[in-house]
Design a protein around this ligand. Structure first.
Ligand code: NAD
Length: 476
């Protein structure tokens, strides 16, 4: 960890920089609000006029706990504005954070950098004074170096504009906390001025003791994809063990518990189940593998292809468990699908395992009714052909199998006795290892979970600890 220079000589930094945030989605909206809460004067810029109108009116277009209230607070303080005017944003900002999407390309595993390129180009065209562009989007190694050349050749201010990379690690569902109290900050920069200017943006967070890893542009880009690859690998590792358990009668939840007490391994991200999804992990590991191949080091991360494949197989295995419970014939079977979001406390359905399983069951002929506490609108947009219920009770009414796909608290806390009165048959597949098997069995349910034997859940101390520990380890 290198020291961030406290004072710069030439050129001077702006101690209390005015900030723009380009792209106001899950990452950008959170970053803009948090920067305003920290006392900076912020303009949030987006190309989506409808989104900007909503944000300016104090309405958050996404579900993220507490963010709407905090945004209203920031708007009322006068320190946060939203706009689609690039010239206004360019004139405003001493530091411009790039937070636009980098989805998977159509027909390829590569990241689609067209949004980043467009955002940086349109901004650079309007930059006529010294300022810093800071990439926060997740990008393949080498992007920042390419963008540096692009900015210098495009901006009227030329070399006066510098570019740094400051990857973001926030988790949806915990976005505010992760932004204001990050585990670490990573500054990829090519000059002391850029590093000091970045440090000025995070002054209070650094003063609170947050470690800052100061590095070059490529390493900063790599930190983010390396972190996501590690997390994805850990999840797929325990799910690979679940596959072995299924073939042997062993119980993956007891296995995970036993492994988690090993301090070298730890329990986080070691929770078996339906696997990872969302707008980050799946596309990030694919883009990383793709980029490594183009760099001639594809072999070094070829294991990520297996990590992805293990993750995808959990979806089919969940469908298979449901199929077994209805006697091998999904056609016409009434299934209640609990959850659509890729994880609880989010409305994000990008590459969501939950919605994918619902789709697969539907395509196999089942009559699937989906309910999610926050992601209904996004799910309906993605799969309009599925049936949607307005409540948990409505979803499970008359169901032959209930399948838990996203571990929302509402589902974890549901009373199995009461639910049992609503369904046709008391069959449940716990795709997230989130329910108390004993309570369900005591209420007369046939409880199944990936990687667990059919009669899993007898009363033991280990079983009790599993539930406790699952709650402690928290959601991804
Ligand atoms: P998102 O799709 O929610 O938001 C992207 C926003 O950028 C949209 O509002 C879009 O309209 C806007 N946009 C597109 N082109 C633009 C342009 N030219 N100018 C201005 N705005 C433009 O995506 P997201 O989930 O916020 O992710 C953004 C980036 O952050 C991605 O690279 C992602 O991998 C990374 N990231 C996301 C998270 C997360 O939890 N969502 C966490 C860490 C990193």
């Amino acid at each position: 960890m290198s020291q961030i220079p406290a004072q710069m000589t030439t050129p001077p930094i702006v101690e209390h920089p005015r900030i723009t945030v380009v792209g106001t989605g899950y990452l950008g909206a959170t970053h803009a609000v948090c920067m305003a809460l920290l006392g900076y004067d912020v303009v949030g810029l987006d190309v989506d006029q409808a989104k900007i109108d909503q944000l300016a009116a104090g309405v958050l277009p996404i579900f993220e706990p507490d963010l709407e209230e905090k945004m209203q607070e920031a708007l009322a303080s006068g320190r946060l504005r939203f706009s689609t005017d690039v010239a206004l944003a360019a004139a405003h900002g001493d530091v411009h954070f790039i937070c636009v999407g980098t989805p998977q390309s159509k027909g390829s595993d590569a990241a689609d950098l067209s949004y980043v390129d467009a955002a940086v180009t349109s901004l650079a065209r309007e930059l006529s004074r010294k300022c810093l562009i800071v990439g926060k989007s997740t990008v393949p190694i080498g992007t920042a170096r390419r963008l540096t050349a692009l900015v210098r050749s495009t901006a009227p201010a030329g070399d006066l504009v510098e570019l740094a990379w400051n990857p973001e690690f926030l988790r949806e569902g915990y976005a505010i906390k992760d932004t204001l109290e990050p585990d670490r900050l990573v500054f990829g920069a090519e000059s002391d001025w850029a590093r000091a200017q970045l440090a000025a943006c995070y002054a209070s967070i650094i003063a609170a003791g947050t470690p800052v890893v100061s590095t070059d542009l490529s390493t900063a880009e790599l930190v983010k994809v390396a972190a996501n690859s590690f997390l994805a690998t850990k999840i797929s590792y325990i799910n690979a063990m679940a596959e072995v358990c299924e073939a042997t009668g062993a119980d993956v939840s007891h296995l995970a518990l036993a492994l988690s007490y090993d301090s070298r391994i730890g329990g986080r991200f070691l929770k078996p189940g339906l696997g990872f999804g969302g707008g980050c992990l799946p596309k990030d590991i694919r883009a990383f593998a793709h980029r490594a191949e183009t760099l001639g080091v594809g072999q070094a991360v070829s294991f990520l292809r297996h990590v992805d494949a293990i993750n995808q197989r959990r979806r089919q295995r969940t469908v298979d468990l449901v199929c077994e419970l209805v006697g091998g014939q999904l056609s016409g079977a009434r299934i209640a699908a609990l959850g659509a979001a890729f994880k609880p406390n989010s409305d994000d359905v990008r590459d969501a395992p939950a919605l994918d399983v619902a789709r697969m069951l539907h395509e196999a002929g089942a009559v699937v009714t989906v309910y999610d506490p926050a992601a209904m609108a996004n799910a309906r947009r993605r799969y309009p052909d599925l049936s949607y219920a307005q409540s948990l009770d409505e979803a499970v009414m008359g169901a032959q199998v209930v399948v838990l796909l996203t571990e929302w608290d509402e589902f974890r806390k549901a009373d199995p006795l009461r639910l049992g009165e609503l369904v046709q048959t008391r069959f449940i597949v716990d795709g997230r290892h989130a329910l108390d098997a004993n309570r369900y069995q005591a209420a007369g349910w046939d409880y199944r979970a990936l990687g667990r034997p059919v009669r899993a859940g007898s009363v033991t101390v280990i079983e009790f600890e599993t539930a406790e520990r699952t709650a402690q380890l928290g959601a991804r």
